[in-house]
Design a protein around this ligand. Structure first.
Ligand SMILES: [Zn+2]
Length: 87
């Protein structure tokens, strides 16, 4: 904890801009995943990345950036696993 100190000041508009600027890896199934927002109340939203096609999803995090980052790590891991399997 402590990494998401400034989330409270972020407006939905700014969060949307961040989603656009952050590079999100395609799902291992080849589809583009979506960032979903869970709005708990006016001041507190959480985000997760989900693939509508195969149902893969990241964990739920306090910022969209972090959800995307974790999603990317997950995809990278799955990709490198596939490399090992193919050898
Ligand atoms: Zn997928």
């Amino acid at each position: 904890m402590g990494m998401a100190g400034n989330t409270k000041s972020r407006t939905p508009c700014e969060a949307g801009t961040t989603e656009e600027s952050q590079i999100m890896k395609r799902c291992t199934c080849g589809e583009r995943p979506l960032v979903e927002e869970i709005q708990h109340n006016e001041d507190f939203s959480q985000y997760f990345v989900i693939c509508d096609n195969c149902g893969s999803q990241s964990g739920t995090y306090n910022t969209a950036e972090f959800a995307i980052e974790r999603w990317n790590v997950r995809i990278e891991r799955m990709e490198s696993k596939n490399d090992v399997c193919n050898r």
